[in-house]
Unconditional design. Structure first.
Lengths: 286, 271
């Protein structure tokens, strides 16, 4: 399905989308992680370390993932088994509404129901193949996209959510709402990441808190709400540059303190998922 | 027939400005708040309508997060930020029972509240109404523009950070403005550089120049760059009046310049 300049769907002239009766025929997804309160830079870095990754971008109005992955201008292809994701590498496939837009100026001016329809299509019609992790990037907020993804994936079981914040209270006050949302819809929380956590001047090496944690930052919030703090990522101008250039920051700047922070966070996420899948196996084998 | 036009809740408002961005986290609420404070310092009476229903930030930024809204014959009375009643505010934040309560609404419910916010708040006479929006081009934006259209908004201020990822989404926001007939007052490039307070070295944390280049490419005015300023962030955290308290801070001149351009632009539009 292509979306033209007016944001309207163009009718497919060739064969209709295949309805997949048995999901497991087309895809085996072992882990599903959703990222709330979107920091997409962080998600980009996750992918270089897992085995087979699918990245689903459900930020319908602001699809940044194609650019960050160096896939700007790529198109989605259809085959007999559904839409093919766009591959960054053999083991990393991406789907985003960004691939369906004809031009970088095209706006997706859709109300909720239409966005929900797109998300449903992404989940139903994309042929991911066999994957270890499905990572879902979400827009900020607690609205249609979030409700829909939780609803549509409820049968498939979401392993958990990673919630991203910056240190200041203005961000935390929204993240507390996200955490409550997760509790409400019974979505397990893998943990919180505090992004843009301090900046070390490249010249004098002094640290500045550009987004000061006036109420104790994510650390205090996590203690109060009893959710894990996965880690803190400091500000590094190279992160933004890598994203703009569609490169992997972890590969480009392996010595940055931010790289170390990312790797530790990724390890903790893997540990969480590993722990929970062995618990499930124990339950099944009883 | 539109109720608001009958009761005149918006007819006392001279100019309406929407603050938009394609991207989240770029500083729309910050720009909205500082614009309101700077306009107030220029002697204007300002209202702020916060239609970010999932993430209502403005009450805290103006230190009125604990206030409640009241009803009058003409609808809701907005919350006044100061005793002189020069800045008033309406936000879903005032309607929540608990501050951590999530507003988990689908589009139709959001649309209904936005329509109410536009027509049922008794603003009285204002020089400017600033409408702060969530990121994107969806329900809130479509509804806000539709509801405000009869009142002929002055236009939209678009906020971006300098990097391409943000600019990419703001390009789409520009298309939204074109499609909905909303005039673009200009683009603000926020988080544009950080000057180290220890050694004065300037680091472009989120690149540089993307906003200015976008304005040039799209042929819309470039209103200016606002640098990263920990003093500004701290003011917003504590609900202080940054424009009043910190005139020597790095972000201050940018806000004054942006506000002046808006005031000049208003004069040009209305003459």
């Amino acid at each position: 399905m292509k979306v033209n300049r007016n944001g309207k769907e163009e009718q497919e002239t060739n064969t209709e989308h295949k309805r997949v009766k048995n999901k497991s025929k087309n895809k085996v997804i072992r882990k599903t992680i959703t990222f709330w309160n979107g920091n997409m830079i962080f998600k980009n870095e996750l992918f270089t370390t897992f085995s087979k990754i699918a990245l689903l971008d459900i930020d319908i109005c602001g699809p940044s993932i194609p650019k960050m992955m160096g896939l700007e201008g790529e198109q989605v292809h259809q085959s007999g088994s559904g839409w093919s994701p766009v591959y960054v590498e053999e083991n990393l496939g991406v789907m985003s509404v960004g691939f369906l837009l004809g031009s970088p100026d095209d706006a997706v001016i859709w109300r909720g129901p239409k966005k929900n329809g797109m998300i449903k299509q992404f989940l139903r019609d994309v042929d991911w193949g066999e994957i270890d992790y499905l990572i879902v990037d979400t827009p900020p907020g607690t609205s249609d996209e979030h409700l829909s993804i939780v609803q549509y994936l409820s049968a498939a079981h979401i392993d958990g959510a990673v919630i991203i914040t910056t240190p200041q209270e203005v961000s935390l006050q929204d993240v507390r709402k996200e955490i409550n949302f997760c509790h409400k819809v019974k979505l397990p929380i893998i943990g919180v990441v505090e992004n843009m956590s301090g900046f070390i001047c490249p010249k004098c090496k002094n640290e500045s808190q550009i987004f000061p944690p006036t109420t104790g930052g994510a650390e205090v919030m996590c203690q109060d709400l009893k959710v894990p703090l996965l880690g803190k990522v400091p500000l590094d101008p190279q992160i933004g540059k890598s994203c703009d250039n569609g490169q992997s920051f972890l590969t480009e700047v392996p010595d940055s303190p931010a790289t170390l922070a990312y790797r530790n966070i990724i390890q903790r996420i893997q540990d969480f998922c590993g722990l929970h899948s062995s618990k499930e196996e124990k339950l099944i084998s009883r | 027939m539109d109720t608001a036009q009958e009761t005149g809740n918006l007819t006392g408002i001279r100019q309406i400005i929407l603050v938009l961005s394609g991207k989240g986290g770029v500083g729309k609420s910050t720009i909205s708040t500082e614009l309101a404070l700077a306009l107030r310092h220029s002697g204007k009476k300002v209202g702020i309508l916060d239609v970010d229903l999932c993430g209502p930030s403005i009450p805290r930024m103006l230190k009125v997060q604990d206030k409640a809204v009241h009803q009058c014959d003409n609808g809701w009375v907005p919350v006044f930020v100061d005793q002189e009643q020069t800045i008033s505010l309406m936000s879903v934040g005032f309607l929540l029972e608990k501050p951590d309560e999530a507003v988990v609404w689908r589009g139709p419910k959001k649309n209904a509240l936005i329509k109410q916010f536009v027509s049922d708040v008794a603003w009285g006479d204002l020089d400017y109404l600033i409408v702060d929006t969530p990121p994107g081009t969806s329900d809130e934006h479509i509804s806000a523009v539709e509801a405000l259209r009869p009142y002929k908004p002055l236009g939209a201020v678009l906020v971006t950070t300098p990097q391409a990822i943000s600019v990419g989404d703001v390009r789409r926001e520009l298309t939204f403005c074109k499609k909905t007939g909303l005039r673009v007052i200009g683009i603000v490039e926020n988080m544009s550089g950080f000057v180290c307070p220890h050694c004065s070295e300037c680091t472009n944390l989120f690149s540089k120049g993307g906003g200015e280049e976008l304005a040039r490419h799209a042929k819309v005015p470039f209103l200016g760059c606002v640098p990263l300023d920990p003093q500004l962030t701290k003011s917003l955290e504590e609900g202080q009046d940054f424009i009043q308290e910190f005139p020597k801070s790095p972000a201050f001149p940018a806000f004054i310049s942006i506000t002046q351009q808006i005031l000049d632009g208003t004069l040009a539009q209305t003459s």
